[in-house]
Write a protein that binds this ligand. Structure first.
Ligand code: NDP
Length: 337
């Protein structure tokens, strides 16, 4: 039984030393328990926050404890009346091969799910985040211009495609030509601008001739700087994530632009609202799941996974996620049937 624990807290960018792979015996289960074997592990940007002990909306992982994370598992052994061997479940068992559960918090995925790992992406937390943030806070209207960064990632790719379904003009921002091409050709975005290329802000302005009505914020930093002057009166900003800042150890240098930001929000009557998906919207998951599975079945939504083999490769893959090395939803295939 392999587990990856938090060995030390990162200062700035995480390094391999912050993680430690440990081997332990496969746990034995008591009456009423289930032994889960992990098949897929989701790697998500929020895990960077859990590695720090700075105050946040959730408790940090303790030093020496298993890294947290959503998993898709198979029931290996069951002493629980409601679960049988071989059944698939969505769990939160973290970066390890085996875990014991009493059934609490598990979501059943059936004996033969077609795409078990989709429960970690398009049909799970990231898809739900895109759906609620865009529709409930962004409130897109037909003909609006939506801008979303990390456009080919787990959340951004769904935001843009839902925006297209709602009849909007969608402009993505992504790192590199290949991702931008994919956003346009496969995801159906109207345009996609490479934030690493020269003249990024000017190109974004050219792609948003009618200004921006909804800016779905995933990254912050220089992308937000380029977006701010383009926002239209009455624009909405679902504040979902700020990944460009997650490794920052201090505020950026340079002139204080807070008064400019507040002035823009005031004069243009812009609404910016943060949200934490399950804290704010847990009761609307069924509504999302029904609509998203319909769109998937109709071929209206494309979903790309970046599948990495082997639990031992999770630290490296996670560090890559914070630098844009992933292309699509990052998932570790921890074990094979
Ligand atoms: P992604 O699959 O989009 O992967 C992260 C991507 O972020 C990278 O591929 C990269 O894309 C981009 N990125 C990384 N560093 C930078 C940088 N310095 N500047 C610009 N872009 C960068 O991850 P998710 O879809 O899982 O998450 C997207 C955002 O949503 C994150 O901020 C995350 O924290 C947030 N989130 C918030 C939730 C909530 O409840 N509020 C729930 C789930 C996610 P590229 O190469 O294209 O730049």
């Amino acid at each position: 039984n392999r587990k990856i624990v938090l060995a030390s807290r990162p200062v700035g960018t995480p390094t391999a030393d912050n993680f430690r792979l440990e081997q332990t015996a496969v746990p034995t289960i008591a009456e009423g328990d289930i032994l889960l074997r992990s098949m897929y592990l989701s790697l998500d940007p929020y895990m960077r926050g859990r590695m720090s002990d700075a105050k946040s909306y959730a408790e940090p992982v303790a030093l020496g404890e298993v890294m947290v994370g959503g998993t898709v598992c198979q029931v290996e052994q069951s002493n629980h009346a409601d679960y049988q061997q071989g059944e698939w479940v969505l769990s939160y068992s973290g970066w390890q091969d085996y875990a014991i559960s009493n059934g609490e918090g598990l979501i059943k995925l059936g004996m033969h799910p077609t795409h078990p790992s989709y429960a970690l992406g398009v049909m799970g937390m990231p898809g739900f985040t895109a759906y609620m943030g865009l529709l409930d806070i962004g409130k897109p209207k037909q003909g609006d211009t939506i801008v979303v960064a990390a456009a080919t990632g787990a959340v951004g790719s769904m935001v843009g495609q839902i925006g297209k379904i709602k009849g909007c003009r969608v402009v993505g921002v992504a790192g590199g030509e290949e991702k931008c091409r994919y956003a346009k050709e496969v995801l159906g975005f109207d345009d996609c601008i490479d934030h690493k290329a020269d003249g990024f802000a000017e190109k974004l302005a050219q792609a948003c001739e009618q200004g921006i009505d909804v800016y779905y914020e995933n990254v912050g930093g220089k992308v937000f700087d380029a977006v701010l002057p383009l926002l239209n009166t009455g624009a909405r900003i679902p504040l979902c994530g700020l990944i460009s800042q997650y490794n920052a150890t201090e505020l950026p240098q340079g002139p204080d632009r807070l008064s400019m930001l507040m002035g823009t929000l005031l004069v243009k009557r812009i609404k910016m609202q943060g949200f934490i998906i399950f804290d704010d919207y847990a009761d609307r998951y069924d509504e999302f799941a029904a609509e998203m599975s319909q769109w998937l079945a109709e071929g209206k939504i494309h979903y790309r996974e970046d599948l990495v083999q082997g639990l031992e490769n999770a630290p490296q893959a996670f560090m890559g996620l914070l630098e844009g090395k992933n292309f699509g939803k990052l998932v570790i295939q921890t074990n094979q049937a």
